[in-house]
Design a protein around this ligand. Structure first.
Ligand SMILES: NC(=O)c1ccc[n+]([C@@H]2O[C@H](COP(=O)([O-])OP(=O)(O)OC[C@H]3O[C@@H](n4cnc5c(N)ncnc54)[C@H](O)[C@@H]3O)[C@@H](O)[C@H]2O)c1
Length: 409
């Protein structure tokens, strides 16, 4: 069995630690957060909404999974090093490599001959072969492909289904050279049922980006069809259900796209080819459509109150980017709230997963914990929060805006 370090113990890294430990590997989990490390070593789970993960951490935390903030030591003590830290975009949609750079510098300091380094974070094409390889070589003094192995393997989990996805989804590995690919393939085959080889690191990187682009473009198509159906006086949801079959899978329309992943990855492609002859025109348009949905829904409210937004009280229900997932990164609800506040509306936030204080801190609005939506002029049901349907149906004075197909009254 192998000694493995996993850098980044979040929603993606922790399920990976769990499946590695379950397969009998010894895992050194590395995180910059002492609180996260402490919890894991006590057998507690710092991530919510992930079936099977609390049980796995109770079993392996502090034993087969040793969490630490000492990344260099973890690298020295292990032979395989996996990086799964987040990569964010800055305000100009450019990737901020800070987390990956920090993690790879520490691994470089502890790297030994024969080790394998695998990047799992979704990155622009060429990151593994360029930026990561250069950092590791500079800090270790070792040559990639000759003295250590380097590969890219996209993380393909989905929050809420992570452990299951490890079993079902093919794990793709692409190495810097054939030996790196072989080594990564052998290692992942020790805990994944279905491992497939990509020709190189770039193909593996591109594979993950285009999965995100596919989702974003299809959601944008659904959003466009939703809006055009409304213009034509047609119920989009009824038509969608009738239209969908094996060869026509129209996605769900909604307020937009959030999280670390889908709104981010298309920018890697758009940016990579911006100066080339073949630009990512459809990908860019899809991004713009999805980003415009908050404006579209805000206009329903502002227009609906006919020039008296200052008196308009709005409850925005569903602040996380998806129901059941405690994640607010890039959540479209935040944009909707900002637009409504700018127009003078008095906005309240409602979400079963987010405590009141966090709603105030993160969204700059008061939390509403009551059940009587008659207090509002509008309620916007963003996510599929069934918990609120009864109260919304009972409220006669409020206009309810359903962003998805949430069992209307
Ligand atoms: N969450 C998903 O559904 C999902 C799905 C597919 C791929 N991914 C990939 O996984 C990446 C990470 O996502 P996540 O959801 O786990 O993020 P997360 O925010 O839940 O967790 C990231 C963790 O990394 C830690 N961290 C940051 N910098 C670090 C460093 N230098 N060294 C060690 N730890 C560091 C943070 O403290 C945090 O605990 C994403 O950027 C994406 O590329 C995520």
């Amino acid at each position: 069995m192998t000694k493995v370090s996993v850098s980044g113990l979040g929603k993606a890294g922790l399920p990976l630690c769990a499946v590695l430990a379950e397969a009998g590997h010894t895992v050194y989990g590395v995180d910059v957060s002492p609180q996260v490390v402490e919890k894991i070593n006590k057998g507690q789970c710092p991530v919510s909404g992930e079936p099977g993960l609390p049980e796995a951490l109770e079993k392996h935390g502090g034993k087969n999974i040793q969490a630490t903030t000492n990344a260099k030591k973890a690298a020295q003590e292990t032979d395989v090093h996996i990086i799964i830290v987040p990569l964010f975009l800055d305000e100009n949609h450019k990737p901020d490599y800070k987390n990956i750079d920090e993690a790879s510098e520490k691994i470089g300091q502890g790297l030994k001959k024969g080790d394998l380094v695998v990047l799992e974070t979704t990155v622009p094409v060429g990151t593994t072969k360029g930026r990561l390889k250069n950092k590791l070589e500079a800090l270790s003094g070792l040559k990639a492909g000759q003295e250590f192995h380097l590969a890219y393997s996209p993380e393909r989990i989905m929050t809420g289904y992570s452990l299951d996805r490890f079993k079902r989804f093919p794990k793709i590995v692409g190495g810097l050279d054939d030996k790196s690919t072989e080594k990564a393939h052998k290692f992942y085959s020790s805990f994944c049922e279905n491992v497939s080889k990509a020709t190189d690191t770039e193909t593996a990187e591109y594979t993950k980006i285009i999965e995100g682009v596919y989702r974003d473009v299809n959601i944008a198509l659904a959003n466009e069809l939703f809006k055009t159906a409304e213009t034509l006086g047609i119920d989009f949801w009824e038509a969608r259900e009738a239209a969908n079959h094996k060869y026509c899978e129209i996605h769900e329309a909604g307020l937009g796209v959030g999280g670390h992943c889908i709104p981010v990855y298309p920018h890697f492609l758009i940016d990579a080819v911006k100066d080339a002859k073949q630009k990512a025109v459809l990908t860019k348009t899809a991004r713009d459509i999805n980003e415009s949905m908050a404006q579209y829904f805000s206009e329903k409210i502002i227009g609906g109150k006919q020039g008296t937004p200052g008196k308009c009280r709005v409850a925005v229900i569903g602040l996380t980017y998806r129901e059941g997932v405690d994640e607010t990164h890039n959540t479209p609800s935040k944009k909707l709230i900002q637009l409504l506040k700018k127009e003078g509306c008095k906005v309240y936030g409602v979400d079963p997963l987010i405590p009141s204080q966090r709603i105030e801190d993160e969204f700059g609005v008061e939390a509403y914990e009551g059940e009587d939506f008659n207090e509002f002029d509008f309620a916007v049901l963003v996510n599929k929060e069934e918990k609120y349907l009864e109260a919304l149906n009972a409220a006669e004075n409020v206009s309810v805006i359903y962003c998805k197909n949430q069992l209307k009254k």
